[in-house]
Design a protein around this ligand. Structure first.
Ligand SMILES: [Zn+2]
Length: 447
């Protein structure tokens, strides 16, 4: 895929940029390991987990205490076989102990960068990711490009959570693709433009590939459906950050006749699973992470069962995420027929904090992006926050405050979409609604 990337200013003889070499080596390894026997993958995970565990036992008092509290005494007491006995590390633990959880990694893993996930929930999480961890993120991102056979010389358009400029043009896709090959140009568009303006901009840009949040895709798609047009060259749509519903997948197939490729990722753990072009199942990135799906009794779920996603990051020594409950629900999938032996998830159901809870106790993940709030008032961006079991707050970034008739109409749309007569208050923002770790969340539950 692509020619070698040259050192800037060196045209003859060409020299390969050394920054791309570790990435190429890792990708070559992954191309083989993904088809290896599952027992070989498990053996590799066990070996790597032992190295992580030994290091963190020696260098992190907080890690050592956590294991000791669970009855593991000694650096080699915990293994993949006994891991199920270790209580989960929660998001709250990460929030409360972010600095204490830091573990000085081996010198060859440096530098370490801080990652923040914050914003709408008001519960920031800080963690540290090493250069090794960053390399895995790059390699798994490239693996996704390879699985989907993208032509990196094509034009990429990405709709991002709100940033200050409506449009930023760059001559390349940026890292990691640009470390690997000479790429085509990229355009980043801000979600705060609103769906009609985004739909127009995409016609003008005419990208080969589109990277977009599912809720935004739904709104843009509806514009194109009404207008009877679409970007002509578009080859694939790639979704990120939010749950892709079966309905969205079906309407994209119907309207665009295009594949919708989804990546399951998080700020804390990087790329967790990549959708398989063959089956649509999500292959777990087992060379990078151990992913468990457990029920409320913390027992492993069988194929077809839905449970809580628990992650062990095998390579990030800087903030050891061992049995970290990431806050998502997923269904355990069957083996895939594509030849890749990596275990699968059949579907990702969503994050706990994006799940609405009703007074009768039932819950679901609302999808409000489908509705045309802009037909009612000049709304640039919205977010619905559930404040209590029967109260919602509608947060609006709009060209002007809404009058009471408009507020009433919006409230009715939300009540109808959610199927319950919630009390709804309004809150206005004079700038884009803060994204949570780069993720736009159209619905958040704050209790
Ligand atoms: Zn597959």
């Amino acid at each position: 895929m692509g020619s070698i990337i040259e050192v800037e200013g060196i045209l003859w003889p060409p020299i390969e940029d050394p920054r791309g070499q570790p990435l190429r080596h890792l990708l070559d390894f992954l191309a083989v390991s993904e088809r290896a026997d599952p027992a070989a993958i498990r053996a590799g995970q066990a070996q790597q987990f032992a190295a992580l565990n030994e290091w963190c036992w020696q260098h992190s008092a907080v890690y050592r205490e956590r294991l000791q509290r669970a009855g593991f005494h000694g650096g080699d007491a915990l293994s993949l076989d006994t891991l199920v006995k270790l209580p989960l590390l929660t998001r709250r633990d990460l929030q409360q102990q972010a600095q204490a959880l830091y573990c000085q990694p081996p010198a060859s893993h440096l530098p370490v960068a801080e990652t923040f996930t914050s914003g709408s929930t008001g519960e920031p999480v800080t963690l540290h990711r090493s250069a090794v961890s960053q390399l895995f993120w790059q390699a798994l991102t490239m693996r996704e490009h390879q699985w989907w056979q993208r032509d990196l010389s094509g034009r990429l358009a990405a709709i991002k959570a709100s940033f200050n400029q409506p449009r930023v043009d760059t001559p390349s896709w940026g890292a990691p693709a640009s470390l690997f090959a000479s790429t085509g140009p990229a355009v980043a568009l801000s979600m705060s433009m609103g769906s009609e303006a985004l739909a127009d901009a995409l016609i003008d840009i005419d990208p080969d590939y589109l990277l977009v949040f599912p809720s935004q895709l739904q709104a843009i798609q509806q514009c194109y459906r009404e207008q009877g047009r679409r970007p002509a060259r578009l080859k694939q749509i790639r979704c990120m950050s939010e749950v892709v519903t079966p309905e969205l997948r079906a309407t994209v197939a119907e309207d665009f006749s295009l594949p919708l490729c989804d990546v399951y990722s998080s700020q804390e753990a990087g790329v967790i699973a990549i959708q398989c072009p063959h089956s649509g199942l999500y292959h777990i990135m087992a060379e990078s992470l151990l992913v468990e799906v457990v029920n409320d009794q913390l027992q492993p779920c069988a194929e077809g069962e839905v449970g809580r996603v628990v992650i062990t990051d095998l390579h990030n020594f800087a903030t050891p995420l061992v049995r970290y409950e990431i806050g998502d629900y997923a269904e355990v999938g069957p083996p895939c027929g594509c030849g890749r032996q990596l275990p699968t998830l059949k579907r990702i159901l969503g994050r706990q904090r994006n799940m609405a809870i009703y007074p009768d106790g039932h819950h679901y993940w609302p999808r409000l992006g489908f509705y045309r709030f802009r037909d009612i008032a000049p709304i640039l961006q919205f977010q619905v926050a559930q404040l209590s079991v029967d109260t919602l707050e509608c947060r609006l970034y709009s060209e002007r405050p809404l009058n009471s008739a408009e507020e009433g109409a919006i409230a009715e749309v939300i009540r109808s979409a959610m199927g319950y007569p919630f009390a709804i208050g309004f809150r206005y923002f004079d700038q884009p609604i803060p994204a949570s770790g780069g993720k736009y969340e159209e619905f958040v539950r704050l209790f």
